[in-house]
Design a protein around this ligand. Structure first.
Ligand code: ZN
Length: 339
């Protein structure tokens, strides 16, 4: 079977891999689509993401949907042939965070296609993947596999909006209109935000934000843009740049909440920290998700506009071209590999 393996920065290979055999309590899934995530692009370009570095070859991919093939010993779940999305996280269930219900920050989680632990957890960009059977989610009625491939990044977005608190009737600022930023827009609108303003440098990215439901689009490099909010109630930083965080702090109201969702560059980041003090702004991190994966699937089933965020579906043999396309935000939002 073909899989997509990252060996080092710039060294992505489509390789023939052995078909995995599902172990005890595992399911074997025939992967149909895998969404290319910003973190996959970071591994490809830089050999790491955030403070996690590649230390051995790793199959990329954690946004995976497909159909059930079979089960290992003692495993049960949806019948073979059933369309499923794969929840990419297996929290430990024993650490203090898991006990508190904050499984997204479990200190011993296993996450598909992540170098956060060693040996790395191999990912799902392969024609077959073996995962714990309890990670399978049957698709809700009306949701096809293609749109369902957005479940993982949408779950990230839903979690980030929740971290901002109750946004019902509120004005939410989102910095960065990449795939995650666009999904944050959709999640904020679905959560009842009255108005969502999005900033980005690129017109094409802002066009996708409009598809996702943004009310106001702002060119981040234009200080005179009429769309800049004086006082948003909450802000979600989805660009992964310190400039975006600084923008959020300057445009959220006093006592407002800023959620840092984008993974900032390794090391330290400069931002206007004194605004936290004088305006009593709350700065909160957001990382992954837990049960929001199921909420994301139902949101995807209910709303067809998400299809407009999928720019292209590319066969796995052309993975190199797919990664180039996904990295070019002048040409794409979400790019899917097809297996
Ligand atoms: Zn845990």
């Amino acid at each position: 079977m073909l899989g997509c393996v990252i060996h080092d920065a710039g060294d992505l290979r489509v390789a023939e891999l052995p078909v995995p055999v599902p172990g005890p309590r595992e399911a074997l899934v025939a992967v149909r689509y895998g969404g290319i995530c910003g973190s996959d692009l970071h591994y490809w370009r830089h050999g790491g993401v955030g403070d996690f570095r590649l230390r051995e070859p790793m199959v990329l991919g954690h946004e995976v949907v497909g159909t059930v093939v079979s089960y290992g010993a003692g495993a049960t779940g949806p019948a073979p042939g059933t369309a499923v999305a794969v929840h990419p996280a297996t929290p430990c269930g024993r650490c203090p965070e898991c006990a508190d219900g904050r499984t997204g920050v479990c200190r011993d989680t296993r996450y598909l296609g992540s170098a956060a632990r060693f040996p790395h957890v191999q990912g799902g960009f392969a024609a077959r993947v073996a995962v714990p059977a309890e990670q399978l989610r049957e698709l809700p009625d009306g949701l096809g596999l293609r749109r369902a491939a957005l479940a993982e990044p949408l779950a990230v977005a839903v979690h980030a909006v929740r971290r901002a608190g109750d946004v019902t009737g509120r004005h939410v600022l989102v910095t960065g209109a990449g795939p995650i930023g666009c999904l944050v827009v959709a999640a904020a609108k679905a959560a009842g935000a009255a108005r969502v303003t999005v900033t980005d440098l690129l017109p094409e990215a802002l066009r996708y934000a409009a598809v996702a439901g943004a009310d106001t689009l702002v060119r981040a490099d234009d200080p005179d843009d009429a769309g800049w909010p004086d006082e948003a109630d909450a802000a979600v930083e989805a660009s992964g740049g310190a400039a975006g965080l600084d923008t959020c702090l300057r445009h959220v109201r006093r006592g407002g909440v800023v959620v840092q969702l984008g993974m900032l560059p390794p090391g330290r980041s400069p931002f206007a920290g004194n605004l936290l003090v004088s305006r009593e702004i709350e700065l909160r991190g957001s990382f992954r998700f837990g049960a929001e994966f199921d909420d994301a699937l139902h949101l995807l089933a209910a709303r067809g506009e998400f299809d407009g965020l999928i720019s292209r579906v590319v066969p796995v043999r052309e993975a190199a071209a797919a990664f180039e396309l996904a990295a070019d935000r002048n040409r794409s939002c979400k790019v899917l590999l097809e297996f």
